[in-house]
Write a protein that binds this ligand. Structure first.
Ligand code: ATP
Ligand code: MG
Length: 360
């Protein structure tokens, strides 16, 4: 008998530190979701591309890694980074070595305060803060353009050149406007530093104005990145969708995650909006070696990440059900220590699986 149920193939790359702990929790919850809903299937293939492989073989990825990954519908990624590998080696060796060639140019970071959790912001509770930060994910300050010279003369020079192409700027701006348009408030804040960075950032503002003409129903405002940090803390309710460069949005989204309660809940989607390549989904947090192996890592960031993955695959109802289960569990007070609770990773995971079964 042939099944009409769609089956999605997922490449899982747990990698380093708490990555394997949270990815296995995420897969357990996704299996419970698949079983409870019954209208689709998920098939996981695991890749052991991590810092241990790098230390043994000198590379994170095998030569045909990208060809292998292109066969999947989506990639679920844990975290990369090891105490004895310089951060720029591990980041460029694994994460950016996948994101950049697979043209995952839109990095999407939703931020909300989950039910049953608290924000460090005074007078801000669940429902009060609802942002999507869109980070340009292929160029800008992280284009890898630059070098070191004049080493022998004593006048050592190091340059780190930001690159803003028209193609790259237009496509992220269009994606940001479309995202803003799809949300109830239809508001977009374009973040730059165009007073001091008078080339790339003025160009970014210009392209925003051009693309914005196609979206007359979206309300746009411009902010300098330094002022934006203040607004996030003092007037969080005035913010909806935000678009910023690779570096600026990297910083703003860490701030956003903390304002929402913990870096342990925040998800990221690295999207190729053209859908020519698989997109990659990962928790915002890093490998967190200080808590690795202790069983206390918060798996909620990975659950939310898994929900965003299901949404991208077209299973919006499954995504909503998963997030409803997660928030019911946090509201019951089943939480890890970073959220002020005392539960272990496995307890939160089992509880979310149980809640999924109860809800269907
Ligand atoms: P990276 O350079 O990859 O961003 P990092 O070392 O800067 O990594 P993280 O690994 O994210 O940052 O850790 C920052 C802090 O947050 C650590 O104290 C860590 O224990 C904590 N943390 C990160 N993720 C989690 C999680 N899922 N649950 C609980 N605490 C976490
Ligand atoms: Mg960090």
């Amino acid at each position: 008998l042939e099944s009409n149920r769609p089956s999605y193939s997922i490449a899982s790359i747990p990698a380093d530190g708490i990555g394997p702990e949270v990815i296995s929790a995420g897969i357990q919850v996704l299996r419970a979701l698949t079983k409870a809903i019954g209208s689709f299937e998920l098939e996981f293939t695991h890749f052991d591309w991590d810092s241990a492989r790098y230390k043994k073989e000198g590379t994170y990825l095998p030569a045909d890694a990208l060809d292998q990954l292109k066969k999947f519908d989506a990639i679920l990624f844990g975290a990369v980074g090891a105490p004895d590998v310089p951060d720029h080696i591990s980041l460029w060796g694994l994460r950016l070595a996948i994101c950049q060639p697979l043209q995952q140019y839109a990095n999407v970071r939703p931020t909300r305060i989950l039910r049953g959790t608290t924000s460090p912001l005074r007078n801000c509770a669940a429902g009060d803060l609802d942002w999507v930060i869109i980070r340009e994910n292929s160029e800008g300050e992280y284009a890898g353009h630059g070098g070191r010279s004049h080493l022998q003369t004593g006048w050592e020079v190091a340059t780190e050149v930001s690159v803003f192409t028209r193609v790259g700027t237009e496509r992220i701006m269009r994606f940001a406007f479309e995202t803003a348009q799809s949300r109830p408030r239809k508001m977009l804040t374009v973040v730059t530093k165009s007073n001091a960075q008078r080339n790339g950032m003025v160009f970014w503002d210009m392209v925003a104005a051009e693309v914005g003409k196609d979206f007359p129903d979206v309300t746009v405002d411009k902010m300098l990145v330094d002022a934006m940090t203040t607004r996030m803390v003092l007037k969080p309710e005035t913010i909806d969708t935000v678009v910023a460069t690779n570096l600026h949005a990297d910083i703003l989204s860490d701030l956003a995650a903390s304002l929402a309660g913990s870096i342990g809940i925040a998800p990221t989607a690295n999207l190729d909006p053209t859908r020519q390549n698989p997109s990659m989904f990962e928790p915002i947090h890093g490998s967190a070696f200080d808590i690795t192996g202790m069983g206390v890592a918060n798996p909620v960031a990975t659950f939310w990440t898994a929900a965003e993955m299901m949404r991208w695959l077209g299973e919006g109802d499954a995504a909503d059900l998963l997030m409803l289960a997660v928030e019911n569990v946090t509201e019951q007070g089943v939480k890890t220590q970073d959220l002020g609770g005392s539960n272990k990773t496995v307890e939160v995971t089992d509880k979310v699986c149980e809640e999924i079964e109860n809800l269907v």
